[in-house]
Design a protein around this ligand. Structure first.
Ligand code: PEP
Length: 250
């Protein structure tokens, strides 16, 4: 991890926690993380728990990100939520292009439009990318990740650097308990950084690793020179476990 790039640890709760459970988690987390530590921390609750999380974290350094954002400002998009609505609910940022969203139909073109819409609205956008096990076994990881980053940043500009983060999350490591080795994480995050450098200042870009990060493996993954933090799923659902990963980043 570079000293120039402040690490970020974000917890993706996926479809877990009601508003009351989110509030309880946030109160507990606020008591566990060291507010002076040189690390950015965020939780990514479901839409329905954004406001409760934001309220519970008011006055702390912990940010709240949504798990997706729609590209349109408003309109006939049943079930979708705009960037302005997320901000209205207290969100500071949003994930875009998580593999579970892509599996549900989100396309590269939508990812690009959502990166643009989120940043334009003032959100910090964490754009996710990562290959399947078949792609890795076929030796096509670099090609896959390169395409996802290029297409996801198709509407981004150099001026977006402070509101853009990219998370490399190999699909085979998400929720499986199988983590990329530090060498695999480093290699892929370096590719992400190199490709993103076609658009933004790569030396300032924060690139996260995600995929079964836990308190036991977080430190060695985040010690990789091109890994600037972690996007954490399962291990972010418990405040002690998530706080331990934050401490490892700090
Ligand atoms: C994720 O959902 O982004 C993720 C990385 O999940 P997990 O940590 O559970 O693999």
């Amino acid at each position: 991890m570079s000293v120039g790039r402040r690490p970020l640890v974000a917890g993706n709760w996926k479809m877990h926690k009601t508003a009351v459970e989110a509030r309880d988690f946030c109160v507990a987390l606020a008591g566990l993380v060291d507010s002076g530590a040189p690390v950015d921390v965020a939780v990514c609750p479901p839409f329905t728990a954004l406001q409760a999380s934001s309220d519970a974290l008011a006055g702390t350094e912990v940010a709240v990100y949504a798990q997706n954002v729609h590209e349109a400002d408003a309109g006939a998009h049943t079930g979708e939520v705009s960037a302005a609505m997320l901000i209205d609910a207290g969100a500071d940022g949003a994930l875009v292009g998580h593999s579970e969203r892509r599996a549900a139909g989100d396309t590269d073109a939508q990812v690009a439009a959502r990166v643009r819409a989120g940043i334009d609205a003032g959100l910090l956008v964490v754009m996710c990318c990562g290959e399947s096990i078949d792609t890795r076994r076929a030796g096509e990881t670099e090609e896959w990740v390169t395409r996802q980053v290029r297409e996801g940043l198709a509407q981004a500009t150099a001026a977006d650097i402070d509101r853009l983060v990219i998370a490399y999350e190999p699909i085979w490591a998400i929720g499986t308990g199988e983590t990329a080795t530090p060498d695999q994480a480093q290699e892929a995050c370096a590719i992400v950084r190199a490709v993103a450098s076609e658009v933004v200042d790569g030396q300032r870009l924060r690139v996260l690793y995600g995929g079964s990060v836990n308190p036991g493996n977080a430190a060695e993954l985040m010690a990789c020179p091109d890994v600037d933090g972690a996007l954490v799923g399962g291990a972010s659902l418990d405040p002690e476990s998530f706080a331990a990963i934050v401490a490892a980043a700090a």
